[in-house]
Design a protein. Structure first.
Length: 309
């Protein structure tokens, strides 16, 4: 079992080992969350790298990753546990056929742990030979408020109560990462049980570092142009701004097409990789894309001239 990082610098290095380029503020709150055993609540726009943090932690710490993908109508049976009703019915039929147990004994037997189906939250509370697992509760804002209320017991005491079995408490707290795209507000009672961090779009400098790690085959000129172009798109009034994942995908796609620099035709042909809504594509393609590209090239030329002085 890999040791938890002992400082902010070690935490940032840990993320770097997993090819995640973070700023110091994120590394700081993550270090405190790991050190003090508190859940970490990550909020931000879709595509800013929130989910990836949990994946990187599981990989670099050599822990199991348990992912609970949230959706509207998510309930305890899907998130925590449910009884294996098919096996219970078979057990009841066998008992009726053999007559070897009375009703009370049968009820006790079929509501034992061997008939329990464990979902991600309950699995996260169980001992693991690799150490406390990483529990990713992804896109919590997609669930309903009653599920939030249920999570309060889990996040406060790292335990769940099953009426037929009693309370199951984790011997060691799991590493809990909760993400939200802020499509609705999460209740304060849940946020108070977590450390909070807003994951914003990266600066141009950090996004360029991300491309060097995640899209190393892209030429230096292409990477600079892609980042500059995407940064300008994020300043526009679009329905869905491109995230870091789209930036990486776009750089990879352009490289696959043997592009070493952006051209108007290359942009128009590949905008569907960067933007996911037709209205946004229609707003950018053609003359607007050329205008943005000209601006990017002019700014890069000005910066190159400044540095040569």
């Amino acid at each position: 079992m890999a040791k938890l990082p002992q400082s902010v610098d070690e935490t940032q290095a840990l993320l770097s080992d997993g090819k995640y380029v973070s700023d110091r503020s994120l590394a700081t709150v993550l270090y405190l969350s790991l050190s003090l055993g508190r859940p970490l609540f990550l909020e931000g726009e879709a595509g800013t790298g929130k989910t990836e943090i949990a994946k990187v932690l599981a990989e670099t710490l050599n822990r199991s990753l348990l992912r609970l993908q949230c959706y509207e109508g998510l309930d305890v049976a899907s998130a925590v546990y449910e009884w294996n009703y098919a096996r219970q019915m078979v057990e009841i039929r066998l008992s009726e056929a053999t007559g070897d147990r009375d009703r009370e004994q049968l009820a006790s037997d079929i509501f034992s742990e061997q008939f329990l189906i464990e979902r991600p939250i309950l699995k996260a509370l169980r001992p693991d030979v690799l150490g406390p697992p990483v529990l990713l509760i992804d896109e919590l804002d997609r669930t309903d408020e009653p599920f939030e209320a249920f999570l309060l017991e889990v996040l406060a005491d790292y335990q769940v109560t099953i009426p037929e079995l009693g309370t199951i408490k984790a011997p060691q707290p799991p590493i809990v990462i909760i993400t939200s795209n802020r499509t609705r507000e999460i209740h304060d009672a849940l946020k108070r049980r977590c450390y909070y961090h807003w994951v914003d779009y990266p600066t141009a400098e950090r996004e360029l570092q991300i491309l060097k790690v995640k899209a190393p085959k892209a030429s230096e000129e292409l990477s600079h142009q892609v980042v500059a172009f995407v940064q300008k798109l994020r300043g526009m009034d679009l329905f869905k701004l491109p995230g870091v994942a789209e930036t990486i995908d776009w750089a990879d796609a352009l490289t696959q097409l043997d592009k070493v620099a952006l051209t108007p035709d290359a942009i128009d042909d590949t905008l569907g990789i960067l933007l996911k809504y037709q209205d946004d594509i229609a707003k950018v393609e053609g003359s607007e894309a050329r205008r943005i590209l000209d601006q990017v090239k002019q700014e890069m030329a000005t910066e190159a001239a400044r540095q040569s002085i």
